[in-house]
Design a protein around this ligand. Sequence first.
Ligand code: NAD
Length: 276
Amino acid sequence: SKVPPIILNNGVEMPQLGFGVWQVPDDEAEQAVTTALEAGYRSIDTAAIYGNEEGTGKAIAASGVPREDVFVTTKLWNSDQGYDSTLRAFDTSLATLGLDYLDLYLMHWPLPSADKYVDTYRAFEKLLADGRVRAIGVSNFLPEHLERLIAETSVIPAVNQIELHPHLQQHALREYHAEQGIATEAWSPLGQGKGLLEVPAIVAIAQKHGRTPAQIVLRWHLQLGNVVIPKSVTPSRIKENLEVFDFSLDTEDLAAISALNEDRRLGPDPATFDAG
Ligand code: NAD
């Protein structure tokens, strides 16, 4: 594959760049994931709440890519938190994907108001011990939630998937992850493609390297050590977002992008988000 792996804290290899399918309807997901696998992606990020595990699984099955060469992530939705309900939701996700094991299972949000994330995580540990998933992790966890998990359970999460892009650089959380051996995975790595890709500093760096702004932002993440899962349903962009392993940003470029931090979220605040 074109994409180098990172090594998770349990030794499992995860491609540093994957394909995200949030907001892609099930029927379109099959086509988009097919295009991504043909282009060379070997990691797919879905979630129960996205409603496209079926299309994603069909594309993987039809691709001809050996199962062991694709890294599949899905996520437990909030309303399924709790020990027994997590085990049931995992079975449902696996069946919908048409798989007999998963590579990475993530708890989608901490939902501190429900106070169930420790019990939920104990079910994740059971799934890991039973060999049904190769790595377990969380998403949208703040340091206080990670600290509690680490204090009250036995397996340090392999991954925390968080909103992360040049306008929300998450310095404190990234540093905490590094101390604990948790991989940082960036969601909305392109800032959802909105204003970020028109920021003059990014456009200038793109012109300097003969690349697109999206490629510059993805390259910045990769050089910082983040895992990225950009989303697109446009074949040319799906391919473009993978062509980021044959050039490098220099220290000046990295500094110019790091200067764009505004600590500005596009998504909800994990401390208060409690949608079920
Ligand atoms: P993203 O940052 O990947 O941006 C995607 C959008 O950027 C596309 O819809 C398109 O409009 C634009 N874009 C993509 N490639 C482009 C290119 N080459 N040139 C110009 N524009 C381009 O946003 P995202 O979809 O929100 O995040 C990526 C993935 O992260 C999701 O698909 C999902 O898998 C995951 N995610 C997880 C959570 C979570 O709570 N864990 C939340 C949001 C997203």
